[in-house]
Design a protein. Structure first.
Length: 65
């Protein structure tokens, strides 16, 4: 059985502090046997952004907004 995926709602980071925060959250999830999933970071699609988000969220067991 694979680790549950968790949708992480993150846009593009615009500075180092934001990137550090996102990486910290991702590491926390991974340390707790969860797989963070984010459009544009771990999941890529040529579809419209909201369509890609909906598809990814459908694959996930939970989300962090």
């Amino acid at each position: 059985m694979s680790a549950p995926k968790v949708f992480l709602s993150v846009g593009r980071t615009s500075n180092e502090r934001q990137e550090t925060l996102v990486q910290t959250i991702e590491k926390f999830l991974q340390a707790n046997d969860l797989v963070p999933q984010t459009v544009g970071r771990t999941y890529f699609s040529s579809k419209q952004p909201l369509v890609a988000i909906a598809e990814l969220m459908h694959e996930c067991a939970g989300s962090i907004w």
